[in-house]
Design a protein around this ligand. Structure first.
Ligand SMILES: [Zn+2]
Length: 231
């Protein structure tokens, strides 16, 4: 059952909402997924009511500015921002980190695995939000992603990422193997940008509500969906 990660009034008076789908809501990889949407009407990726923007995510730093429901679907990018109400933006994940940004009038979403973090996807998304709103996002919401408990990582790659994000990204799996702590890298970037973070904390590999590529090499995905409403 899809879970609302946040519902919050923005400085402009609009309301921002961020919802995370689960396995029981369907497969976002194929677009066959439904959650409760604006005005509690059903919304889904196929757009019977309000089409989502579903990107062709490539672990890069591309950000699209979306001005109508469903616009830019299929665009090769890893983040989307909008200042238009009732325009749902979706990120599809199965271990990578889905991040939503809430601004003054805007929302943004980003797909942030370790490659995207290296590429600067969070910084690019924040820049795009500032371009629309004129202010730094007021909060970031970090959805379920693979935890260090399950994210065994090679020493050479850990050395590389520690050089970029600091040694706190080094962790250990529950089995005692070297691991990457993605949330540490994220929080370093967000603290540096002056953006408070709400972290969901669920591990997609441990938690059976979610698909995990590491756990099962699945092609299926859950979705984080964010939009704004008037009032
Ligand atoms: Zn885990």
């Amino acid at each position: 059952m899809a879970r609302e990660l946040i519902r919050r009034s923005l400085p402009s008076g609009r309301t921002a909402r961020v919802v995370m789908s689960e396995i029981t809501d369907g497969d976002a990889a194929t677009g066959d997924v439904t959650i409760g949407g604006p005005d509690d009407a059903s919304t889904d990726a196929k757009g019977w009511t309000r089409p989502w923007t579903l990107l062709d995510q490539v672990h890069g730093d591309g950000v699209v500015v979306v001005d109508a429901a469903g616009a830019h679907s299929g665009t090769r990018a890893d983040a989307a921002v909008t200042s238009v109400v009732d325009v749902p933006l979706a990120i599809r994940v199965a271990d990578c980190v889905p991040v939503a940004f809430l601004g003054d009038r805007c929302v943004g979403v980003a797909h942030a695995g370790w490659r995207g973090l290296k590429a600067g996807i969070l910084e690019r998304t924040v820049e795009a939000m500032k371009g629309l709103d004129g202010i730094t996002p007021v909060i970031a919401v970090v959805g379920p992603h693979i935890g260090a408990c399950c994210y065994e990582f090679g020493d050479a790659d850990l050395d590389d990422l520690a050089g970029l994000f600091g040694s706190s990204i080094r962790s250990t799996t529950t089995a005692g193997r070297p691991a990457l702590d993605l949330s540490s890298a994220l929080s370093g970037i967000l603290v540096g940008a002056g953006i408070p973070m709400i972290h969901d904390g669920a591990c997609t590999s441990c938690d059976d509500r979610y698909w995990s590529f590491r756990a099962s090499a699945t092609a299926r995905r859950q979705a984080m969906v964010a939009w704004t409403e008037e009032g």
